[in-house]
Write a protein that binds this ligand. Structure first.
Ligand SMILES: C[S@@+](CC[C@H](N)C(=O)[O-])C[C@H]1O[C@@H](n2cnc3c(N)ncnc32)[C@H](O)[C@@H]1O
Length: 307
């Protein structure tokens, strides 16, 4: 299947990365190189782009798309490991980093990847196909309480308890292996809101399968530490759980004091690594939201390192 993905807020990202032709940049969520193909155009021969993705399909597609450029390194890995990845390349610091979080349209649309409730496929949802835990493992092996918790925490689903109970009852007789089976169970709990519930439950499962929020704060802090003076970190999020983590991490990195207001001096040890550029997140234009519905929930936040 062709790798189709429209980059979100492309101009806004490029503008905010403040690209220097000879600089070193990291795309920590390379995907189909939608953003990276513009980043690399702005680099001279002495500039360098490092593209990281945990999905080998994405790396293959990007490699093909960017084959005319010699100054791109492709790394199969997680951006949570950015420190060791850069160390392995002998790079101490960089001029800009992009994290465009979540899944690509390709991953959602490719039936065999099992991300979508709109298709009938095996429950998979792994970004890294070598990982052992799939959505099927979680649905069939997590306890009722564990399922309820992830549906509530990562999907903010009000019927978490009922849906978890339905799943546990069903799997006593039949293993739940497909997206269609799961969708049918969700529908049985609340047929009027089937699609919205499916969206929330499938999002929750995807986050759990890929540990999407687990190390996000650490990844952000590591990215900020690796930036050169005036280097920028741009992060695009797609739901409130991610956005909250980014907003808090950026505020903390700015050195926002967390002491109670009545303390005469700061004792929390807040330290500033730079400045939040986007006091309010940047959102897509009306035009972009109209032409790319996937962009609707996206938010871009930008942090600038200052020494
Ligand atoms: C929204 S897509 C990026 C699309 C890309 N910006 C473009 O325009 O083509 C997110 C990509 O990040 C990858 N990804 C998600 N979490 C990751 C992580 N923790 N480390 C590395 N890659 C990750 C996914 O596999 C997916 O290919």
């Amino acid at each position: 299947m062709e790798f189709k993905h429209i980059p979100i807020m492309l101009n806004e990202v490029i503008e905010n990365l403040n690209i220097k032709p000879d600089g070193t940049y990291v795309d920590g969520t390379l995907g189909g190189a939608g953003h990276s193909s513009e980043i690399v155009k702005k680099l001279s021969k002495d500039g360098l782009l490092i593209g990281i993705d945990r999905d080998q399909d994405a790396l293959n597609a990007s490699h093909e798309r960017l084959k005319e450029y010699d100054n791109v390194r492709y790394i199969w890995g997680k951006h949570e490991d950015i420190k060791s990845i850069l160390q392995g390349l002998g790079i101490k610091s960089v001029d800009g980093i992009l994290l465009d979080l979540g899944v690509s349209s390709y991953q959602l649309d490719e039936e065999s990847r099992g991300f979508s409730y709109m298709k009938d496929s095996m429950l998979d949802m792994r970004m890294d196909k070598t990982q052992s835990i799939t959505a099927e493992t979680i649905i069939n092996e997590y306890s009722q309480k564990q399922l309820e918790d992830i549906f509530f925490k990562y999907g903010e689903e009000n019927n978490s308890k009922k849906i978890a109970s339905k799943i546990v009852k069903e799997r006593q007789d039949n293993r739940i292996e497909t997206t269609k089976q799961l969708r049918e169970l969700i529908k049985q709990v609340d047929s009027k809101n089937e699609i919205d519930s499916c969206k929330r439950i499938f999002q929750a499962l995807r986050i759990e399968v890929n540990g999407e929020l687990k190390d996000l704060e650490k990844a952000i802090n590591d990215c900020i530490e690796l930036l050169n003076d005036k280097g920028r970190l741009c992060i695009i999020t797609f739901h409130s759980l991610e956005d909250r983590i980014v907003k808090t991490a950026f505020n903390n990195a700015q050195g926002k004091c967390t002491c109670p207001k009545d303390f005469p001096v700061c004792v929390c040890g807040a330290k500033s690594f730079g400045k939040v550029i986007t006091r309010k997140p940047i959102v897509p234009s009306d035009e972009e939201m109209k032409t790319n519905s996937r962009s609707k929930s996206s938010k871009l936040r930008v942090f600038e390192r200052r020494f």
